[in-house]
Design a protein around this ligand. Sequence first.
Ligand code: FAD
Length: 460
Amino acid sequence: MKNVKGLSPEVINSFKNKLVGSIVLPSDTTYKETRKVYNAMIDKQPGVFAMCENTADVIASVNFGRDNDLLVAIRGGGHNGAGLGLCNDGLVIDLSGIKFVEVDTQNNTVKVGGGNIWNEVDKATHEFGLAIPSGMVSTTGVGGLTLGGGIGYLTRKYGLTIDNLLEADMVLADGTLVTVNATNNIDLFWAIRGGGGNFGVVTSFTFQAHPVKMVMGGPTLWPIEKVEEIMAWYNTFIQETSENLNGFIATMVIPESPFPAHLHNKKFCGIVWCYVGDPDNFEVLFKPVLALNPVFAHVGEMPYPAIQSMFDGLLPQGLQWYWRADFFNELGPEVRAGHLKFGSSIPTPLSQMHLYPLGGAASRIGAEETPWAYRDAKYAGVYIGVDPDPKNATKITNWCKSYYEALHPYAAGGAYSNFMMEEGQERVKASYKHNYNRLVKIKNTYDPNNLFRVNQNIKP
Ligand SMILES: Cc1cc2nc3c(=O)[nH]c(=O)nc-3n(C[C@H](O)[C@H](O)[C@H](O)COP(=O)(O)OP(=O)(O)OC[C@H]3O[C@@H](n4cnc5c(N)ncnc54)[C@H](O)[C@@H]3O)c2cc1C
């Protein structure tokens, strides 16, 4: 691998002149700002940013990176916890200039740019009473979230984000542009539905959207001491209730706004609900939740983009961030006791644990139909260490690692790749399980020299 510093000014200038977009070098005044990503713990120093404006810019960037033997990173929304949208010394292909949202109301399909964030997509589709299943924080990038899978409020009803991906345009390692879908480049279409950015730079995604306009949503809270009891009840309830109702269970510290004063800065077990369907049926479905006497319940009707962005303000860019994750099939007594222990010792006000329910539509896709191997898992769990102060980086990291080590023996094996840090090859293999070898085969065909290696890497 070469360093950009070793390239002559002529080579850099010739690259710059090929782009409609711009380049950013360490000597530029905008460099410091440009190299920021969501997680402030990430401190990588790329050699050059290619701020792409269109597909031709992406092709020129891929060719430049490959021909000059540079380490290449692809940045979509920049939200990856491990900072996989950046690299040291090499080239960052930044897609934030490739944004568009085209809604086809005849077919309820939506074509989205490779650099969009979900907030932009949600607002555009909401106008037409439509939504695409995505994640739960709307500042997250469409690119990374989709290519890893995509878990959100609509997972049980409409599946993962990848289950709603119909087509993508992508630039391969040799610089060719291809369209992949169920009939064209079938192997690549399979690989990008969970296999991350290993196979090329996606410049556009086409999704199936669904009729979702208003939802019933919001949190219910119980004192942290009740987490074992509530989790045991939840484990049965969420598997048996209507797929129209989603709710992720969490442990968290309650912030000052917008909650009442008697809850502030205390630890709670919470469930954040989102119901999509006939409002008349909600009350009956929700009765068992209220029968558990939550100390706080604030669930009401809201536009879908409102629930999608409910946590955006609480979790802005620039915080220290560390997380660890696992899939779970069961929430047995040992697991519940672990949540009580670690939920009671949450190290900072913004640190939390989330368990997202899978099942429903996501579990009706076969375990080999996409690289997402854990179709039978019931939950995707994640321990999230967050704090504004870099001095607390070690504290939040250690809490996440200890939480993970305590509960991993009861987990399903691998984790959701989008919730992983850089945790080594065995962990990547465990997460793709029986699908790993097929991913390697496709990698060998399209990227044998591993140009796209700054990711949860499928090694050729
Ligand atoms: C606050 C927060 C909340 C989150 N909530 C959820 C959630 O509810 N559900 C969920 O499923 N995930 C969630 N995530 C995880 C999220 O899916 C991952 O962090 C994901 O990697 C972010 O994608 P990005 O494009 O923003 O990231 P980036 O850092 O830009 O990229 C991440 C990876 O994807 C690759 N990549 C990105 N775009 C492209 C592209 N167009 N073509 C090829 N490769 C590309 C990059 O090379 C890199 O390897 C959350 C993350 C954060 C920080």
